[in-house]
Design a protein around this ligand. Sequence first.
Ligand code: NAD
Length: 329
Amino acid sequence: MKRILVNGAGGFIGGHLVKRLKREGFWVRGADLKEHEFAQTQADEFLLGDLCEQDFIQRVLEGIDEVYQLAADMGGAGYIFTGEHDANVMRNSATINLNTLEYGLRAGVKKFFYSSSACIYPEYNQRDPDNPKCSEESAYPAAPDSEYGWEKLFSERLYLSYSRNHKVDVRVARFHNIFGPEGTWRGGREKSPAALCRKVAEAQAGGEIEIWGDGRQTRSFLYVDECVDGVRRLTDSDFTGPVNVGSEEMVTINHLAELIMDIAGKKLSIRHIPGPLGVRGRNSDNALIREKLHWAPSQPLRKGLEMTYEWISRQVEAAKLEPALAAAR
Ligand code: NAD
């Protein structure tokens, strides 16, 4: 049976990927700094430790045929665009990727999947919110708007270099804003769909929510099951990438908030406040993935938001009981 390692299995997408790989019948080892916060892992084995540490990564890679490398020091705009975490983001994520490839090669790993990001695309192509350009070849001349994006670009090139020089199989996907249940929804690392679901769930009817910026910035969002499906389609194919894994259903952040309010059945007003924003517009360009993998998202944004809102509103309700539970202890 194929033995698979998922780095970042205690995280959002990694946790969903482990479930999918287990459903497909693989033997799976997960590795992460932390256990999954919201669900029991379904991995056959789960190793807790720091993938920057050479002893740990060597242990993690023992007997592994394929690696899905999703571990990264990351978060939403509040984490990536303030500049406060830049050194950690670059150092930690680059070290994980260097270790994974070097020690993976030595351990005889045959295939590496690497999760890159839409954040690698140049800022100069994403100033017009109605016409952002994110086709794969437009990545160069490079000008990402965050150190997170620069590290992803470096690591993409690292995987492709190992493939060229050491004849290992690699696959590189550029994820575009993945969202869904069992992801970070509070604490500063959450992304906009989760943050907005939380704000709407917490608001009283007739109240207001805050949005960073004027809300006219555009993005597209992909539901996590669709993302995992795109990843499996890519790893089973003979196409290396880099390839976008995202949705082409572009919306403004104001529209995203309105969709969530509609799902929640709450009419709230929106207050725009200053905050870290990122590029003005971004949308996945799926021409390449359609052509190479015949893949496209199967459901509209609203459907994924319904499932996500349902999960986050349950977390919000449970969190209200936390002070009482803490006092009772
Ligand atoms: P996540 O933060 O939920 O998961 C990343 C996991 O990596 C975390 O559980 C974290 O503990 C672990 N990790 C970080 N440093 C580690 C270390 N030194 N040793 C061991 N584990 C470590 O993030 P996610 O949303 O699941 O993203 C997964 C991957 O996809 C990341 O590489 C991310 O950059 C990429 N990506 C995600 C999105 C998105 O919208 N979620 C978009 C583009 C790219």
